[in-house]
Design a protein around this ligand. Structure first.
Ligand SMILES: [Zn+2]
Ligand SMILES: [Zn+2]
Length: 324
């Protein structure tokens, strides 16, 4: 059974699941793509035509079938662990293997956003679930084996330490200033006006002052919105527009689909009140110069200190030179 182990030196969690090594597929072409209609290896039960649907991951890192324990992460033991409870889903954007996100109809992007919200809302009803992480790994340098347009969802029975740490810091900021850190950062970005790459009435996208990757963009609602499900219709439309605009910039950087990770950060579910949290989406690319990739190497992995070879202000300039 898959388990989550606890590193007592760093407080990190490790999902250990040796069944996932057997994940078979490298599907560059439609012939052997599990998400294409005419493929020999088609995912069981998948409709021939579809847009914005979610399916269960056949090789999940987490499972709701794993039993709950009386003492998860028992701190009295040296080697603390718990069963890997949760759910892993694949979020298929479209039945078109070649469709590029930035080029797709805006109505499809809206359907994908609605699907994110629907899965987030439904899975948050499960009392065991504490954090719902929606993300997309894109490109072979991120380890993607299936190149059909899709994202993923992990519904976790734990709040990840990174999220706990962030909520502690933003909670402290809120307590001492009565203000939201992200709202203040939006105001500062607008005041300085040298890292903004896209903006509309309800959303702003910028290369943060504290970028860890050469090409890193945060997309943030201008209103203080805690979760995906709190977005108004007009804000969802604004998100669809800015998301396609930003993703186009990434794909035009080196005139090919960029390697990146897109990650959505809502607040935890079935937990205490985190209404001071401000929802955001991050897109971080491993691209360096169109040929080489940036890796999370010794200093980043060993010390969690990041080295960035261009400033976010410079990255913003490069993004803004790309014609719309
Ligand atoms: Zn496909
Ligand atoms: Zn805020």
């Amino acid at each position: 059974m898959a388990e989550i182990r606890f590193d007592p030196f760093s407080q990190d969690y490790i999902i250990v699941n040796d069944k996932r090594l057997k994940r078979p597929i490298i599907a560059e072409k439609e012939d052997d793509c599990p998400f294409c209609a005419n493929s020999k290896k088609r995912h069981p039960g998948l409709p021939l035509q579809y847009s914005a649907i979610s399916i269960e991951n056949l090789y999940p890192a987490l499972s709701m079938d794993n039993p709950s324990e009386k003492h998860p992460f028992d701190v009295r033991t040296l080697y603390s662990k718990t069963n890997a409870i949760g759910r892993c889903e694949v979020i298929l954007y479209s039945d078109d293997h070649e469709l590029l996100f930035y080029n797709q109809p805006q109505s499809l992007t809206m359907s994908i956003i609605e699907l994110w919200i629907q899965r987030y809302t439904e899975l948050s009803q499960l009392k065991k679930i504490k954090y719902i992480f929606i993300f997309e790994n894109r490109g072979s340098h991120i380890g993607v084996t299936i190149h059909h347009p899709h994202g993923q969802l992990y519904a976790l029975s734990i709040i990840p330490p990174k999220i706990i740490r962030e909520l502690e810091l933003t909670g402290k900021y809120f307590k001492s200033t009565q203000k939201c850190l992200q709202c203040d950062i939006i105001n500062e970005e607008k005041r300085e006006n040298k890292r903004i790459i896209s903006e509309n009435e309800h959303f702003i996208a910028f290369c943060p002052f504290y970028s860890k990757w050469l090409y890193e963009v945060h997309l943030v609602p201008k209103r203080h919105v805690t979760n995906l499900s709190d977005l108004l219709m007009i804000e969802k439309e604004a998100l669809a527009i800015i998301l396609q605009h930003v993703r186009k910039k990434f794909d035009k950087l080196f005139n090919r689909p960029a390697n990146f990770m897109m990650m959505l950060y809502p607040s935890p579910v079935n937990a205490k009140d985190y209404s001071f949290h401000h929802f955001r989406i991050e897109i971080v690319s491993t691209e360096r110069d169109g040929i080489k990739q940036k890796y999370r190497a010794g200093v980043e992995t060993g010390l969690n200190i990041w080295t960035n070879d261009i400033s976010p202000e410079q990255a913003c300039e490069i993004f803004n030179k790309i014609p719309d």
